[in-house]
Write a protein that binds this ligand. Structure first.
Ligand SMILES: [Fe+2]
Length: 260
């Protein structure tokens, strides 16, 4: 059972994979943030899944390791590799999903206790009427395509947005830090898609060192400074609410002090 952590939390994806090395299929509930349940799912090579899903929310996945082929409602098959994002819009959908030649690990951002219904039984009649949710967000976000859009780093791109979440992809240069700030109203979390970074959270706490694939969760109220320590540019996906109020330490004398 996942929980909303009251302290900063670091999930090292390599340790989680090591822990599950003798299992073909595994699942780990990482945390909740008050809006989402973030879980990690591991699947073996060439693993086929065929299921129907009834979502009352937008679910999305980030491929952390390996690659997948996926078709939603018999649309053209999508090939998604490490760093790519798949978005399954709310509504009823038929999903065909296969991992490729390597084991696959993916982050699934879903909703605990929702009205989601998954039926993994063989779907006899794929022509049954279905409800399609329309949205401006695309189904497949290719990390390579996003990177190729921008010639010069640093940059930030909002790549997912709905009533629950905003996901910003942030590219920073080696040695670069964000402007330290904190959020009074929501927990923020990140998944690392490239490079290595450090998180300095609160006061006098050990620095968190995060690598590609890792998840970092910082509860609301904690000041956070994020620095790229790799020799290459870093990429991180930052998950906030759509109203992402920031309080910077230098510009708001009236704000309450951040947690230490
Ligand atoms: Fe933040």
């Amino acid at each position: 059972m996942a929980e909303i952590y009251s302290e900063p939390y670091h999930l090292k994806i390599s340790e989680l994979i090591d822990l599950n090395h003798n299992r073909d299929i595994w699942e780990f509930d990482a945390f909740e943030d008050g809006r989402n349940l973030a879980k990690i799912i591991g699947e073996p090579p060439e693993y086929p899944l065929h299921f129907s899903v009834q979502n009352d929310f937008n679910e999305w996945w980030v491929v952390l390791k390996g690659s997948i082929r996926i078709s939603i409602d018999s649309d053209q098959e999508i090939f998604a590799k490490s760093g790519d994002i798949i978005r399954i819009p709310s509504g009823n959908h038929e999903i065909q999903f296969t991992t490729n030649l390597d084991p696959c690990v993916r982050l699934v951002v879903t909703l605990q206790g929702s009205e989601q219904v998954i039926n993994t039984e063989e779907i006899e009649n794929s022509s049954q009427s279905r409800y399609f949710s329309k949205s401006t967000n695309t189904t497949h976000i290719s990390l390579d395509d996003v990177i190729n859009e921008f010639e010069n780093s640093p940059w930030t791109s909002t790549i997912l947005e709905d009533e629950r979440n905003r996901a910003n992809l942030i590219c920073h240069n080696p040695g670069m830090s964000n402007n330290p700030h904190w959020h009074p109203a929501f927990h923020e979390w990140w998944t690392i898609l490239k490079g290595s970074l450090t998180w300095e959270v609160g006061d006098n706490r050990p620095i968190i060192h995060a690598e590609k694939g890792d998840l970092i969760f910082v509860p609301k109220g904690f000041l956070h400074k994020i620095t790229t320590v790799s020799d290459e540019t870093s990429l991180r996906l930052a998950i906030t609410t759509p109203e992402d109020l920031h309080i910077y330490t230098t510009d708001d004398d009236y704000a309450p002090p951040p947690k230490s």
